[in-house]
Design a protein around this ligand. Structure first.
Ligand SMILES: C[S@@+](CC[C@H](N)C(=O)[O-])C[C@H]1O[C@@H](n2cnc3c(N)ncnc32)[C@H](O)[C@@H]1O
Length: 493
């Protein structure tokens, strides 16, 4: 019997992408803070189910040579491409296997410490969804965790209605609609909706979001052969029936979205004893459309540990713009909007110390040493540690800082002979995104950038690259782009 999901992925290449929320360096922190003694990912066994051409996994194999990484996918061409990249990059700690997740057998004793399952759950038939959860239950190591992403209701309801409407308007099922046909119908709907009421503005915003993804991507995602969003509570019911336990969202900041009002926690206090209903309620309040949920086996040992002991073992960075103000410090996003302001000397010293090393990620205990430079008296562990841990916990939940299980150090200065490394050069050659040290993709959507990127193979000086960049694109600001790539750690590891 024909399987439309199988047919789609055999015939069309899924766009190569990395997903920072799936990075075990990040998910290990969320798992540990939820009480699971997650293993160190640098020597762990990691599996991605539905890995496509390996773009999300390959950088992890470079970063952690001691890890054992497997990617499975039923797309023949995607697995062929992934194997070829691993071979050219000389990676021996990663394998790619062409397999259907429903029948994949990794061998009797194999258990995984981290399973990544991004872009699958919502987009496969019910039987495959069940097989996926059964696999995770059977194959997670006792301290292992799985990150599953999915579309959520009620946030997705309007989008789902738009998808159905577009199919009806076109007179075709999703399989028969090309990306450009989708874009045309969505653009027509924008015109038709007008903008006289708040609802219309919301409606057109959703249409613009969809258009922003691009028609090609939409054919897999919103308009994929199967797209069945569910409520968070339904997801929890399904995963608990399948022997899995919810730990939280894979990024701490996603447990409590920053868009909620400052008083929200107090108002939602009656839900404090029901974390699942709390999460469902904030989905309703924020119209959330997507989740990256982290789960472990239901029988995994969960031991609430002191946040202080754990946080001291993590590494930390502040990804925001830092500014001194007369009363203390403030943090801004890249659109220059204020995110937070701090006056307490401990908070001021914490963010000042972090800003000195941004964009690197420092071990927490090193940050405490550097805080001394900004405090009028030495850091006193008995007096100052508990408030600092509270500050760091709150700041990570608000997305003001990011915690990782290991530091990320790299040179703030551009190397004399910039070299993007094999994986990024291969990706640039194909016009795919290149992945930074934080696992965030950098799109080479500008052909000039792609042409210049492939020259950064360690054989040219900065001056030589600048001269070639001038020939390729006289108006292109090469020094600024080089600084940008350097600050994203593109020349490290
Ligand atoms: C939406 S793509 C996601 C790719 C990648 N995980 C990402 O997020 O960038 C879904 C992938 O899952 C694969 N897939 C879907 N159903 C599968 C199944 N039953 N067994 C194995 N792979 C499957 C598809 O071939 C495709 O590569």
């Amino acid at each position: 019997m024909s399987d439309p999901v199988y047919d789609l992925y055999q015939n069309q290449a899924y766009p190569a992408m990395s997903h920072p929320s799936t990075d075990p360096a990040v998910t290990a922190v969320a798992a540990k803070l939820a009480g699971l003694d997650a293993p160190d990912p640098s020597s762990a066994r990691i599996l991605e189910i539905g890995c496509a051409s390996g773009h999300n996994l390959l950088p992890l194999a470079v970063r952690w040579p001691e890890s054992r990484i497997t990617g499975i996918d039923f797309s023949k061409s995607a697995i062929k491409e992934a194997c070829e990249i691993a071979r050219i990059a000389g990676l021996t700690n990663i394998e790619f296997i062409e397999a259907d997740l429903q029948t994949f057998d990794p061998g009797n004793d194999v258990r995984y410490d981290f399973i990544i399952c991004h872009g699958i759950y919502t987009w496969v038939p019910g039987a495959v969804r069940q097989a996926l959860l059964d696999f995770c239950n059977a194959r997670l190591s006792p301290q292992g965790s799985v990150m599953i992403s999915y579309n959520t209701l009620p946030g997705w309801s309007l989008r789902k209605s738009i998808v159905d409407l577009v199919k009806q308007l076109s007179g075709k099922t999703s399989g028969g609609l090309s990306g450009s046909e989708l874009e045309k119908i969505l653009a027509d709907l924008v015109m038709a909706a007008g903008n006289r009421t708040a609802y219309h503005r919301h409606f057109t915003q959703v249409l613009h979001d969809m258009l922003g993804q691009g028609g090609y991507f939409l054919t897999f995602d919103d308009f994929g052969p199967i797209n069945e969003p569910c409520t968070f509570l339904d997801f929890i019911a399904h995963t608990s029936r399948s022997g899995l336990r919810y730990l939280g969202e894979s990024r701490l900041s996603e447990n409590y979205p920053g868009s909620l009002a400052p008083d929200a926690l107090e108002i939602l206090q009656p839900l404090a004893n029901d974390p699942h209903l709390f999460q469902q309620t904030i989905d309703v309040l924020t119209n959330r459309t997507f989740r990256h949920s982290l789960l472990c086996r239901a029988d995994a040992p969960i031991e609430p540990r002191s946040n202080a002991a754990m946080i001291l073992k993590f590494a930390v960075r502040c990804p925001h713009v830092f500014e001194r103000v007369p009363e203390g410090v403030r943090l801004l996003n890249h659109a220059d909007e204020e995110l937070a302001r701090f006056e307490h000397p401990l908070s001021v010293a914490f963010f000042s110390a972090l800003s000195q090393f941004s964009p690197e990620t420092l071990p927490f205990h090193e940050v405490i040493v550097h805080m001394g430079e900004f405090l009028s008296e030495p850091f006193d562990f008995t007096r100052d540690l508990a408030p600092l841990v509270r500050l760091a916990t709150d700041a990570s939940r608000q997305g003001l800082i990011s915690l990782r299980c290991a530091p990320v150090r790299f040179d703030a200065a551009s190397p004399a002979m910039p070299n993007l490394g094999t994986l990024r050069l291969l990706a640039a050659g194909k016009g795919q995104p290149i992945i930074d040290v934080y696992h965030t993709p950098c799109l080479l959507d500008d052909e000039r950038k792609r042409q210049i990127a492939i020259l950064m193979n360690g054989s040219r000086t900065i001056d030589e690259l600048a001269a070639q960049a001038k020939t390729i694109a006289p108006d292109f600001n090469f020094p600024a782009w080089l600084r940008h790539l350097t600050a994203r750690g593109m020349f490290a590891g």
